[in-house]
Design a binder for this molecule. Structure first.
Ligand code: COA
Length: 238
């Protein structure tokens, strides 16, 4: 069960990070993956009631990875933290399946009660539903819901609910309606659709144009200069 989950996590990195080349690379070089393994262990201990040990293990993984995930947070399958440095995920955060976040993202709380003891265990942090993407440096604050498939722009600050399938950007974050709803549902690295022409196709088209020009030039040369061509005509053909 645990190994199946880890295999799924690795293939999620392969699918979503264009820089990932192999499973071994992810196991060895991805702090987001290391933090997730640490979280799975600390969360298990947290649920078993070994809360101090769970916090300590989370702290050790924070020193190693620069990613802080509270063991009380609830995280679904195939969660990808790309790059990862500076990520903070608070105690009562809930994260669905297939969620992607980038470095320096904060899933934090706001406005603690005057009586902080009454806040212990209360829902203070956001819920990210399935397929959400949160850009680098964004802060999602408070017990709000970011709906399925929504995207949060880099460096945005979100303090209000974000409906499913939309993009929220800015400080404070405002919702943009997606230009293409189908595209918004597919995963795109960095949350950014690539609507421009495919660069490979562009290169092939340019090469085909050059080959065509060369063929017609060769045909011209093979025909040779006509006897009635003037010197000027020959210069032009050359
Ligand atoms: C939010 C995001 C997903 C939107 O991508 P998109 O659908 O291609 O949107 P566009 O680039 O067409 O932008 C739409 C509008 O939002 C604005 N916008 C986009 N991202 C923004 C951001 N992070 N903050 C503020 N405004 C932003 C654009 O300027 C544009 O405004 P305009 O309509 O007035 O011109 C993308 O910009 C983003 O921030 N992705 C995260 C990237 C990231 O974290 N990379 C780190 C990888 S290491």
């Amino acid at each position: 069960m645990a190994f199946k989950r880890i295999r799924e996590d690795i293939s999620a990195y392969m699918d979503r990070d264009p820089a990932a080349r192999s499973g071994f690379e992810i196991i060895l070089c991805y702090p987001g993956f290391h933090a997730l393994v640490g979280y799975r262990l600390s969360h298990w201990l947290w649920l078993k009631g070994f809360r101090l040990l769970a916090r300590f293990i989370a702290h050790v993984f924070k020193i190693i990875t620069a990613i802080e995930i509270h063991p009380g947070a609830t995280i679904g399958n195939r969660f990808v933290i790309d790059h990862g440095t500076g990520v903070v995920i608070g105690e009562t955060s809930e994260i669905g399946n297939d969620v992607t976040i980038y470095h320096a993202v904060t899933l934090g709380g706001v406005a603690p009660s005057v009586d902080s003891a009454s806040q212990v265990g209360a829902k203070r942090h956001p819920t990210l539903q399935d397929d959400v993407i949160v850009g680098s440096g964004a802060a999602v604050l408070g017990p709000i819901v970011i709906g399925t498939g929504a995207r949060v722009g880099a460096n945005s600050v979100v303090t209000k609910e974000v409906p499913p399938g939309v993009t929220a950007v800015g400080i404070p974050a405002k919702v943009l309606m997606p230009k293409d709803r189908e595209k918004a549902r597919e995963f795109q690295a960095y949350g950014t659709p690539t609507d421009g022409p495919d660069p490979v196709v562009q290169t092939i088209d340019a090469l085909r144009g050059q080959v065509k020009a060369l063929i017609s030039r060769i045909e011209q040369l093979e025909d040779g200069p006509k006897s009635d061509d003037t010197v000027e005509d020959r210069k032009e053909q050359a």
